[in-house]
Design a binder for this molecule. Structure first.
Ligand code: ARG
Length: 459
């Protein structure tokens, strides 16, 4: 038969294939708690404004609580014929309380209803991301504290560049994640306006109180333009954008974990709990979780691009295209939340191999820059000449199959006669990192100061 909600002018129901493309209930049932919260706020406001009776509002409220209880208990028969969560809830409410249910939709449309439901859902996800990021930042901070002065190679082009400290490397991720957290906080603050009451698109002639429903649902204020209210999905796009950048950061550390846990690097070891074996090669300890985290960005960025593409070029206001927002955001949020939890688990689990880090830091002529700086500082050479002299010394060491500290003073003086034995002080990796005291530099004393700052920020 025709649809009970809007079928007044329809003689029959839709083709099965029409229902297959049109119905969203299979996924938007996740919005049930938000849908019912929005409806309860709306009904209470309608009664307070004298638009419906207190008795009807009371029946609606009690009925909606029962519907929510049934859904939470897994005791609810969702129907694709009823299209979406909004009509599934209202239909069940009608069964429970009778005709009074028909008054709930006064001064409302599914257009503002879905807009408020989805905003509430995405707002919750911002909070979840903020919490997950805070926990992950704390995990990196624990690693930084443990190895504030451990020396490791710093890389550019994945080639040994200069010695840095483990603590400094861990804190680099704390900085990235703090920006991610800030993006979710900004997005949350911007989305915290309530579209309920925009009705279909033009507002309503009923004397509604939008400030009241906004406050009841924890919004800062109602949205100011009814057309924008029902056609805006910026809030979801901002969430997906912040999630994409965050997932990108996770993928970078995941890649480092993959490299660092290899037999060639041995910088870190993941416990058995975060490693997998091979069915044929008994020696293997594969970092599967890190590899998967490296890949998860694909889904999240894919969702971001998908929804951008859905919204692009849509004339105002609501179009059914916009129903395609939810699955993308649901999947991205599930993926991000899982990724944050897994990454936190791995960061807490991993143990750094201090000796391997230091041995790697000491190889590859990593203190060549310190040597060049010494020639500038102590002998007054222009930096370009110091760079040239150091290059000759690196070549000499390379030819001799040794590293810079193993060259004799005589050998060094054959390249530049004014070099003195004091040069050996700067060729050691510990002296190298200790000297990088410029603000933001890798010196252990800087790292410790930053750890104190982050410990205060994270509480
Ligand atoms: N299921 C719809 C969606 O997710 C709800 C809004 C429907 N509005 C309408 N005018 N058909 O977008």
């Amino acid at each position: 038969g025709a649809n009970a909600m809007w079928g007044g002018r329809f003689g029959r129901g839709p083709e099965a294939i029409m229902e297959a493309i049109n119905a969203s209930i299979s996924y938007d049932k996740r919005l049930a708690p938000q849908d019912i919260a929005g409806s309860r706020a709306h009904a209470a406001m309608l009664a307070a404004q004298g638009i419906i009776t207190e008795a009807d509002a009371q029946a609606i409220d009690t009925g909606l609580q029962q519907v929510l209880a049934e859904i939470e208990a897994g005791d609810f028969a969702f129907s694709a014929a009823l299209e979406d969560i909004h009509m599934n809830v209202e239909s069940r409410l009608t069964q429970i309380i009778g005709p009074a249910a028909g008054r709930l939709h006064t001064a409302r449309s599914r257009n503002d209803q879905v807009a408020v439901d989805f905003r509430l859902w995405v707002r919750d996800q911002c909070d979840t991301a903020i919490e997950g990021l805070t926990r992950l930042m704390r995990a990196f901070l624990v690693q930084a504290e443990a190895g504030a002065d451990w020396v490791m190679p710093g890389f550019t082009h994945l080639q040994t560049a200069q010695p840095v400290t483990w603590g400094h490397h861990m804190l680099a991720y704390v900085e990235m994640l703090a920006r991610d957290r800030g993006r979710f906080m900004d997005a949350r603050a911007r989305m915290n306006e309530c579209p309920l009451g925009a009705a279909a698109l033009a507002g309503t002639s009923f004397p509604i109180d939008r400030a009241r429903t906004a406050a009841a649902l924890g919004f800062d204020r109602p949205t100011a333009n009814s057309l924008d209210s029902v056609s805006d999905r910026d809030f979801a796009l901002e969430y997906l954008s912040a999630a994409s950048i965050c997932a990108l950061h996770l993928s970078r550390f995941a890649e480092e974990l993959v490299i660092w846990s290899s037999a060639q690097f041995r910088f870190v070891r993941l416990s058995d709990g975060f490693s997998t074996g091979s069915s044929i090669m008994p020696q293997k300890r594969n970092p599967d979780a890190a590899e998967l985290l490296r890949a998860k960005i694909g889904r999240i960025l894919g969702a971001n691009i998908a929804l951008m593409t859905v919204m692009k070029g849509l004339a105002l206001t609501y179009s059914k295209d916009m129903q395609e927002d939810k699955e993308q955001v649901f999947d991205a949020a599930d993926t991000l939340n899982l990724s944050l939890e897994v990454m936190e688990g791995m960061v807490r689990d991993m143990s750094a191999n201090r000796d391997a880090l230091e041995a790697a830091a000491s190889s590859g002529f990593s203190t060549a820059t310190d040597l060049a700086d010494w020639l500038v500082r102590e002998l007054g050479l222009p930096f370009r000449e110091a760079h040239h002299v150091t290059g000759a010394l690196v070549k000499m060491a390379e030819d001799a199959g040794c590293d810079l500290p193993e060259l004799t003073l005589e050998a060094m003086q054959s390249v530049h006669q004014d070099i003195t034995g004091a040069v050996f002080d700067v060729l050691g990796v510990h002296n190298s990192v200790a000297s990088r005291t410029s603000y933001g530099g890798t010196a252990p004393e800087n790292v410790r100061a930053q750890i104190v700052r982050w410990a205060e920020v994270l509480g």
